[in-house]
Design a protein around this ligand. Structure first.
Ligand code: X90
Length: 271
């Protein structure tokens, strides 16, 4: 059986070693400038340019045609999308998959590093020779054990694009305050704590992970130009769980635009 895994670019992964994998890009649009979330884009430069941009910036997801193009060349497909509650991405994938029984569309109700965990799980299932039906069930079960937390210094772009209420964005509007939250069961941003200073935010993330059943499983950290905080968090997790499998990777364009400079997204496995 030839499998193909396709994720939208909010996964922050353009390639996936050991997997027949494709990324379908979202776009960031500012005036007549379009940033395609694909290899080769200078993300820090984009973030800088968008800070200075005078016109409103919006984003757009892959359309049905983009998904249809990607859903070719294999026997079975996994289409993994950002939460359907914040983007039309999943809906476009579902339309492209309509009437086909060779496509499993996965609405992750999340984004970024939680999508990465799901893709890794699919890779493991394929490697051990599981069939399509078995993998579908394994992934459904697995998703009940994965979570996403975020720590954001600014939610301006989320609020400007109607992805959070202005009142929520205001919490992180104060200098030095980070909003710690999680992807809710509905796939929306759920604020949890207001943290003063990065140290406090990192300690609270670990507390929150443990409170939701983290016991040393995988952790995937995606950051927008904040490798230092990612490494501190990695250290803090390893202090308590020395054998934890932790990876850090930079956000590509879509997550960088919405998480904004300094933002962290943390995907993890819990019991
Ligand atoms: O279709 C589109 O134009 C894309 C819209 C995406 C909007 C949300 C992106 C969120 C990126 C921010 C923090 C994590 C939030 C998790 C919520 C489930 C990252």
């Amino acid at each position: 059986m030839r499998y193909k895994v396709i994720a939208d670019s909010s996964s922050n992964l353009f390639e996936f070693p050991g997997l027949n994998y494709a990324s379908v890009p979202l776009k960031i649009i500012s005036g007549d400038k379009e940033y395609v979330d694909a290899p080769g884009l200078d993300v820090p430069l984009m973030v800088q340019e968008l800070k200075k941009a005078k016109c409103p910036t919006t984003t757009s997801c892959p359309n049905v045609h983009d998904w249809t193009e990607a859903l070719q060349g294999a026997d079975f497909y996994f289409a993994i999308t950002i939460t359907s509650n914040l983007s039309g991405c999943c809906s476009a994938a579902m339309q492209a998959a309509f009437g086909r029984d060779d496509v499993f569309v996965i609405d992750t109700l999340s984004t970024g590093p939680e999508m990465q965990l799901i893709i890794e799980k699919i890779r493991d299932c394929i490697d051990q020779g599981d069939d399509f039906q078995t993998i579908r069930q394994t992934i459904r079960d697995y998703m009940t054990h994965t979570h996403l937390l975020f720590s954001l210094e600014s939610l301006t772009n989320l609020a400007r694009n109607g992805r959070v209420k202005p009142a929520v964005a205001k919490i992180a509007g104060v200098l030095g305050i980070r909003l710690l939250g999680r992807a809710s069961d509905m796939g929306t941003l759920e604020p949890l704590h207001k943290c003063r200073g990065e140290q406090k935010a990192l300690a609270t993330i670990l507390e929150e992970m443990k409170a939701t059943g983290y016991q040393g499983g995988k952790v995937r950290i995606a950051h927008c130009m904040n490798l230092t905080a990612s490494q501190k968090l990695q250290g803090a997790v390893r202090d308590e769980f020395p054998a934890a499998d932790i990876e850090i990777l930079p956000c590509t364009a879509l997550c960088s635009f919405y998480a904004e400079q300094g933002g962290l997204l943390i995907g993890y496995e819990a019991c």
